[in-house]
Ligand binder design. Structure first.
Ligand code: DCS
Length: 496
């Protein structure tokens, strides 16, 4: 007898429902692309369909995510020229030589030929840890940056820093009693990943009054509270420069943190993706944890450190290429073998992303044909980011009931907002956190999409939001004006 499909359809119950999927996935929150970002996409749709109409603006400005090229930042010419030739090697055939020479500088052609000689084809799987030739370039970059040896076999190329962070956390989280120390406010990749792997976040609070500084006493009290609860705290996460807070650690503070981890037997995860987004290079230069660690002498030779970097940030902003790496320092060889085994399950990181990592760590040098343009493009982007960070910081601090620490690094400002009682009551009535309510009102009034501080977690009773300073400089004054006018109107509406 044939199945009566109607019968099957009426009685068929879904295997996968919200109730039956992995509960850890349901616990995951990632505010950078949460409710505000979703609402911003809806508004974009409505604007595309029916024009400004009911909105007082004609464009949505995505300041919720550090995605420079979404905000029209131009890619670095040299990087794209090399990438272009590696994607279509026929351009390098003798019959095309003259035409290609007319379009591409000789050092671009040479670099593309070198890359293709090493990798074969961008369409081929590579070594699961990443192409050795590129890992050697990463190791050389680290040695030249820090002045200490780096071993390519201790380097993993990854799909952006995100997947590196997740691989390392997955390795450390042996069971649900494992605690991982994370900064508050923090970039929600960490809290989200701990939820996913069913680990326990052990929050340590950054000190906003002291420019988001990291007090060792805060680490100590947070750790002892967690251990008193019976948690097996195994690692400490540091984001330097900070996201969302933008602070850069002093070398002295970094030595104290390493000593703290050494004494308390913690693995250190150093997220350094913003290491070139440094806007006060004299007062607050970037130091890598690898360099500071190696400068502290043989007592720390066995210290365990993972350092993460990415092509998504800096002046490069090639977020969509998903390129990054992490370096394992002091990590047991057998543990590295396990990391390799898991990396091999995913076969390999994407090869265009690996090429971008190589271009980042081995960029045009003085004397190369492409160097003048490369240097000009990089410094123009850097100076513009610095100017925009200062301008937006000044704007926030000019607003009534707003205070904002300056951006020593990264791509964000994280102003604190003091909201009128009526606004807090209105938020409660709407079932929203006060800063979430403020951000939604901002989006609906101006089209500017930022992320509420609650999405990064924050000290109880304080409210913040995070904005990038990425809108194009030629539109920046208009962008700032939108925010200023909104804030004034918001206060009138809820101060009465
Ligand atoms: C501190 C930090 N670490 C890692 C990442 C992951 O980067 P990739 O996976 O792209 O290498 C980000 C991305 N920053 C997110 C994305 O944009 N805005 C943010 O806060 C980040 O801010």
């Amino acid at each position: 007898m044939l199945f009566d499909l109607k019968l099957v359809e009426t009685t068929y119950s879904k295997i996968l429902t919200f109730e039956t999927i992995n509960p850890h996935i349901k616990n995951v929150e990632y505010a950078v692309r949460g409710e505000l970002a979703i609402r911003a996409e809806e508004i974009k749709e409505e604007l595309a369909k029916s024009g400004p109409g009911k909105f007082g603006f004609d464009t949505v400005v995505n300041c919720n995510i550090g995605n420079p090229q979404q905000l029209l930042q131009r890619p670095i010419t040299f990087f794209r020229q090399v990438a272009c030739l590696t994607e279509y090697p026929d351009l390098l055939l003798p019959e095309n030589r003259d035409r290609v020479k007319a379009l591409f500088p000789s050092d671009v052609i040479e670099r593309a030929q070198l890359m293709l000689k090493q990798i074969g084809s961008v369409g081929a799987y590579s070594h699961s840890q990443g192409i050795l030739f590129i890992r050697k370039d990463v190791a050389k970059f680290i040695e030249e940056r820090d002045g200490y040896p780096s071993d390519p076999s201790n380097i993993f190329l990854t799909q952006g820093a995100s997947t590196g962070v997740q691989s390392v956390l997955q390795l450390i989280i042996a069971n649900s009693n494992v605690g991982i120390m994370i900064p508050i406010p923090q970039y929600p990749l960490y809290s989200a990943t701990l939820s996913l792997f069913d680990a326990q976040p052990v929050p340590y609070y950054l000190n906003e009054e002291e420019n988001w500084s990291l007090d060792i006493s805060q680490l100590t009290s947070s750790l002892s509270t967690a251990r008193d609860k019976g948690l097996n705290v195994r690692a400490l996460v540091i984001i330097n420069p900070g996201n969302p807070t933008g602070q850069c650690l002093t070398e002295q503070n970094m030595r104290e943190i390493i000593d703290f981890c050494h004494q308390q037997h913690l693995v250190l995860l150093a997220d350094e993706v913003y290491q070139t987004n440094i806007y006060q290079p004299t007062e607050r230069p970037f130091h890598s944890f690898k360099k500071v660690l190696r400068s502290m002498g043989s007592k720390y030779d066995q210290f365990e450190l993972f350092s993460f970097h990415s092509v998504s940030k800096g002046m490069i902003g090639e977020c969509g290429r998903r390129g990054g790496y992490y370096e394992c320092t002091g990590i047991d060889k057998q543990v590295i073998e396990q990391l390799y085994k898991v990396a091999s399950v995913g076969l390999c990181p994407n090869v265009p992303g690996q090429i971008m990592v190589d271009l980042m760590v081995r960029s045009p040098k003085h004397g190369d044909k492409s160097y003048p343009l490369y240097q000009k493009e990089m410094s123009n982007i850097y100076e513009s980011l610095r100017r925009r960070s200062i301008k937006l910081n000044e704007l926030f601090n000019s607003l009534e009931g707003v205070s904002c620490k300056d951006a020593q690094g990264s791509m964000y400002l994280f102003p604190r907002i003091y909201l009128p009682v009526k606004a807090i009551e209105a938020a409660k009535a709407a079932g929203k956190q006060p800063d979430e309510f403020y951000c939604l009102e901002m989006l609906n009034a101006t089209g500017v999409c930022v992320v509420p501080g609650s999405g990064f977690h924050q000290e109880e009773g304080t409210w913040h939001f995070r904005s990038t300073f990425l809108p194009p400089e030629e539109l920046f004054d208009g962008f700032c004006e939108r925010l200023k006018n909104f804030h004034k109107e918001f206060l009138v509406k809820y101060n009465g």
